[in-house]
Design a protein around this ligand. Structure first.
Ligand SMILES: [Zn+2]
Length: 466
């Protein structure tokens, strides 16, 4: 009997109770061992980064990524299917922002998502601080220069809010100065609703932005040319789903977004999460294919442009009883678990971490809901959701949403640790028939969202559904 056949027998024997529980949990140990000794997620991640690269939904690179995952999953006997959906798409065009006076020079600039094509125009550049109400006067006919630096007190205005305010004040475009030096750009969306931005908005580098700011402060007349060719068009894309039918229909969802910004390789955000979900699927297929609950491993699409794929998944699965969700968005070396407002699961999470004394979970368990990743819609539905707190090396996160988010920045060991721990958590949940995996009643949910600031944040983004 070959090795790969022996292990499932072990899994079956354990499940049937042939091997007594006092012997420990050989399936768990086998999963853990294979996560380290036969880890394949790193190689899959390399293929995604090198053969596909940056991958907005609807792009050939995005489709190629799905094909790579399908091929690699197939090698491990995992059948995955695509669940197509349509979303507001966006294609980057040949955009250009050029300084005309006092000294002609092209700027390193990238349009934000959902910035739509506009004929080239020249306009004076005007300083608009952080883009708060009082700073957006005198912008008529101008291009507004805005800093992204966080204020000493209070919250930073969202880029979405600043664009709306500047456009209402008559600005013809907005340039956001990145708050991180080093020639970095910060890709992101101009709004969360998928509607064309009121005016073109760009991310520019800290260094060039500060220079323009100094020129304006010194009284120079700065003129810029803005030529925007990017386009908003609906796209049909797909989530990739690998289902492991359980003894019960109730479903555990584990996912990470597969799409990523086009300017880099989207390695850390979120090739790492995609590779982790791949490893979970591989480990389940080999060691724990049938569990009490059904498990869906999902590679969500369209997250960066407004978390469209997870919304589509929930819409397509309203008839399925989803009882828990684990989201893997830029997981680092796990340092703890966040149960995101589902406090009844704190004891379980603590016991789970305590059962892995070989790891260093310095953050233990917290319960703080957060927004803007795929678990957001699950939380709004009251579905118990988990994310990991994790440590990422500075070098790994430094290039967040920039062209430098590439395979060479990935911390291989952190990826292996995340895969091992996340796979075990999913298996525990998939067999956790005694766990309080219940949807939170609406009243309690609303109270949680109010207390955590989630309500306020989602209202600002136009994503509050209640
Ligand atoms: Zn992400």
């Amino acid at each position: 009997m070959c090795r790969s056949l022996r292990i499932p027998f072990l899994a079956l024997a354990f499940t049937l109770g042939i091997i007594p529980a006092v012997a420990g949990d050989p399936v768990r140990d086998a999963m853990l061992g294979s996560a380290y000794s036969a880890h394949e997620g790193y190689g899959v991640l390399q293929r995604i980064c090198d053969e596909a690269g940056g991958r907005l939904p609807g792009s050939p690179a995005n489709d190629r990524t799905l094909r790579i995952l399908e091929q690699e999953l197939q090698k491990h006997g995992v059948a995955a299917h695509r669940e197509a959906f349509t979303m507001p798409g966006w294609t980057r065009g040949d955009d250009a922002v050029t300084v005309l006076t006092p000294e002609p020079r092209p700027l390193r600039a990238i349009a934000l998502g959902y910035v739509d094509a506009r004929a080239a125009f020249d306009a004076p550049l005007v300083w608009a601080g952080r883009g708060r109400e009082a700073e957006c006067t005198g912008l008529r006919g101008s291009v507004a220069l805005v800093t992204s630096e966080a204020p000493k007190e209070g919250e930073s205005p969202l880029r979405y809010e600043v664009i709306g305010r500047a456009a209402s004040a008559g600005a013809r475009a907005v340039l956001f100065i990145n708050d991180k030096p080093g020639g970095l750009l910060l890709a992101g969306v101009s709004n969360f609703l998928g509607t064309p931005a009121a005016v073109p908005a760009y991310s520019i580098t800290y260094e060039e932005g500060q220079r323009l700011r100094r020129l304006l402060a010194a009284g120079h007349a700065v003129t810029v040319r803005v030529a925007t060719a990017s386009r908003c068009t609906p796209v049909t894309t797909a989530n990739l789903v690998a289902t492991f039918p359980g003894k019960r229909k109730a479903r555990i969802v584990v996912g990470g977004h597969v799409d990523g910004w086009d300017i880099g390789q989207a390695a850390v955000d979120n090739g790492v999460g995609s590779a982790t979900v791949f490893e979970i699927a591989r480990l389940l297929a080999r060691f724990s294919p049938v569990n009490e609950y059904t498990v869906d491993c999902v590679w969500f699409n369209g997250e960066e442009l407004g978390i469209w794929g997870s919304a589509a998944y929930l819409k397509a699965h309203t008839q399925d009883s989803i009882i828990a969700m684990v989201n893997l968005d830029m997981p680092g070396r796990p340092t703890g678990i966040n149960v995101m407002g589902h406090d009844a699961l704190i004891p379980f999470a603590r016991t789970f971490l305590a059962g892995l004394p070989g790891f260093s979970f310095t953050d233990s368990v917290i319960s703080v809901p957060w927004t803007n990743s795929d678990h957001q819609w699950f939380l709004l539905e009251g579905i118990p959701s988990f994310t990991f707190m994790g440590h990422l090396e500075k070098e790994s996160v430094h290039h967040y949403h920039d062209m430098g988010d590439s395979f060479d920045k990935v911390d291989r060991r952190a990826l292996v640790d995340a895969s091992a721990v996340a796979a075990l958590l999913v298996r525990e949940l998939a067999n956790g028939t005694a766990l309080p995996l219940r949807r939170t009643p609406l009243e309690e949910r609303l109270e949680n969202f109010r207390r955590s600031g989630m309500e306020q944040r989602l209202k600002r983004q136009g994503q509050w559904p209640f």
